[in-house]
Design a protein around this ligand. Sequence first.
Ligand code: FES
Length: 149
Amino acid sequence: MPAAADAYLCGPPAFLTDVAAALVEAGLPADRIHTEIFGPEPGLTPGISAKPNRAPHPPAGAPGDGRRMSFARSGLTVPWPTGCNSLLDLAETCDVPARWSCRTGVCHNCETGLLSGEVHYSLDPIDPPAEGNVLICSTQPRTAVTLDL
Ligand code: FES
């Protein structure tokens, strides 16, 4: 193995540990080994994450432009804030539990039921969400919106 090589590993944690150790033993400097965890994790419900430390609440600052954003499971309705980038950003600002990973419309971890309203994508997803769902990381509301969060 060339000493100037870089190794890019992707897999479950135990695999990464074992293969990285073998590469170091074979003479590759540890700082040339790059890893990314990929593999089975506990099941998840897309869009819904663990409970936050704070109860959902309206965002701080001046109220938004009047389009009503409702988080049905959280029992929270707030006006869309000026300058907010995505429905996910608003959920986080309000401590509404929401799951995400890539924030670019790729992973679908943020996929959430759209109970009413219309959205538009600031980034077109590679794969569209299921019928009736939206990727909240890359959407903004066109109308008043109710999400299943
Ligand atoms: S966070 Fe990955 S698609 Fe939204």
